[in-house]
Design a binder for this molecule. Structure first.
Ligand code: OAD
Length: 233
């Protein structure tokens, strides 16, 4: 009997770079013009809600101008075809994985097209702008905010992610610098649980030394090649 490996895939900004969304830490990164602490912390939201909401309004609007690339499409193909356990964990707040057709997907840093009520904790699909003071449809408090995990907040779905890593035979990290925890620690977690580890990235990430194998190049090329390799096993 052939055993089908369980796979956990972590993606970061690099997988969306070829779609035209700037990465965070590259030249012209997403924080350009803003210090990260001015737009991505709870303190920033409290101090200047107009600036923070506008920043995410612009990024939400910009999603209309981009489309999934070959790397998103390849992961969606793998998701459809893979009969073993598979989980795509993305740090990205864009919607390109789901637009490509991925289903077994978790957004650990939130999603631009969702709003979160800081009052009651409900989440809502959101299109268009989200002005500060927008009333929550569930509890009516005026506490809706972009559903983005700010620095200092706990990423979403950590229990499910850790459970998947514990069962993973293969952990694959795609297009992430390995600069932000807890995601940057997933490779070590996967290793401790006995999984093989593979990095697909334009250049070596900060945690590159923890991976069994690193393939360097653009995701639009490396990811379809890797998916083809997995599906033709
Ligand atoms: P980074 O901007 O830190 O890293 C992007 C990585 O993608 C780098 O290692 C690049 O070399 C690589 N890269 C760039 N273009 C690529 C391409 N075409 N193909 C493959 N790789 C490419 O982005 P993240 O690691 O995703 O958090 O950043 C992690 C978190 O930091 C983000 O989720 C965000 C930010 O603070 C929140 O917003 C909460």
């Amino acid at each position: 009997m052939t055993v089908i490996p369980n796979i956990v895939i972590l993606t970061g900004a690099g997988i969306s770079a070829e779609s035209g969304i700037a990465t965070f830490r590259g030249p012209g990164g997403l924080w350009e013009g803003h210090r990260v602490e001015d737009v991505c912390t709870p303190e920033a939201l409290a101090a200047d809600p107009n600036l923070v909401h506008l920043f995410y309004d612009r990024r939400r609007a910009a999603l209309a101008d981009v489309v999934p690339n070959a790397a998103h499409a390849a992961l969606a193909r793998l998701d459809r075809a893979w009969s073993g356990e598979l989980l795509i964990v993305t740090q990205n707040v864009d919607d390109l994985h789901e637009r490509a057709g991925a289903v077994r997907l978790l957004h650990m840093h939130g999603a631009l097209k969702q709003a979160l009520c800081a009052g009651c904790g409900e989440r809502f699909d959101w299109q268009g702008d989200l002005p500060p003071g927008t009333a929550c449809p569930a509890c009516a408090t005026r506490a809706l905010r972009p559903d983005i995990v700010f620095f200092g907040e706990i990423p979403y779905h950590m229990d499910r992610i850790e459970a998947a890593l514990a069962e993973a035979d293969l952990f694959v990290s795609i297009g992430t610098s390995g600069a932000v925890y807890p995601a940057a620690g997933f490779v070590r977690m996967a290793r401790e649980y006995g999984g093989a580890t593979l990095e697909l990235n334009l250049d070596r990430s900060e945690g590159s030394g923890w991976f069994d194998e690193s393939r360097l190049g653009p995701a639009g090329q490396l990811v379809p090649e890797w998916v083809e390799q997995m599906l033709s096993r």
